[in-house]
Design a protein around this ligand. Structure first.
Ligand code: SAM
Length: 227
């Protein structure tokens, strides 16, 4: 990792209980849908061959249990998705859902997305980046662990193609404010709206989010475009 990027990780690797179904999904489906980390950028031809077709490429960082990933990938079948997380139960859960749905347009990675973006994705490769509800790290002394920081935002922008979009969502107002100020400071990015964007149709409303909205909690979407 270069000096500009945080040596501090945005997650804590918890053991987490992997259910027998998640473990089985991992063993049987990883060979078909998993993508192992390698510290060198994939060429456009390698991305095409990985998916068996040429299509716009969107990176999702931090998919949790993967319900959102599956909904988005089903709704946007013309897009190739690379979904990255570090959390083993979630990897098993997403693979299981992909297998059940027979989704051809998703590949799953188990690795720190900061390394993936820095080392596996060449500049100007991505048509989009989705980061939905990244860990909020609410305590002030943990804010340094938040994923959306100036150096990482610059790195993400460099990996987007001109016209590509960076879509973030959070339900923590102070993190939304931080996201807005961090993204606004990246010269290669432009906000698509004045500040927070309406939720794009492709991002499904999760149960958790519906409940939060009923309780009067806010959700903030940010959609920036690469110049
Ligand atoms: C709060 S969860 C949100 C999950 C999901 N996007 C949702 O909306 O329900 C954040 C996820 O980001 C993952 N995460 C955090 N830092 C990461 C990193 N550097 N690389 C990959 N995944 C990361 C965590 O493991 C966790 O699953």
């Amino acid at each position: 990792m270069n000096a500009g990027l945080r040596p501090i990780r945005s997650y804590v690797l918890r053991q987490g209980r992997v259910s027998p179904a998640q473990q089985r999904a991992f063993e049987t489906l990883w060979p078909r849908w998993g993508l192992s980390y390698a510290p060198g950028p994939l060429s456009p031809a390698e991305w095409t061959s990985l998916f068996g077709r040429e299509a716009p490429l969107v990176l999702e960082i931090g998919f949790g249990m993967g319900e959102g990933t599956v909904a988005v990938a089903r709704g946007l079948p013309h897009i190739n998705f690379v979904a990255v997380d570090v959390h083993m139960p979630g990897i098993g859960s997403l693979l299981k859902q992909i297998g059940e749905a027979g989704l051809e347009n998703v590949r799953v990675m188990r690795h720190d997305a900061v390394d993936v973006v820095e080392h596996m994705i060449a500049p100007g490769t991505l048509d989009g980046v989705h980061i939905f509800f990244p860990d909020p790290w609410p305590k002030a002394r943990h804010h340094k662990r938040r994923l959306i920081q100036p150096a990482f935002a610059e790195l993400l922008a460099s990996r987007l193609k001109p016209g590509g979009t960076l879509h973030l969502a959070t339900d923590w107002e102070d993190y939304a404010i931080q996201m807005l100020s961090v993204l606004r400071a990246v010269p290669a990015l432009r906000n698509t709206v004045a500040d927070y964007a309406p939720r794009p149709d492709y991002r499904p409303l999760t149960k958790f989010e519906q409940r939060g909205l009923r309780l009067g909690h806010g959700v903030w979407d940010l959609v920036f475009r690469k110049l």
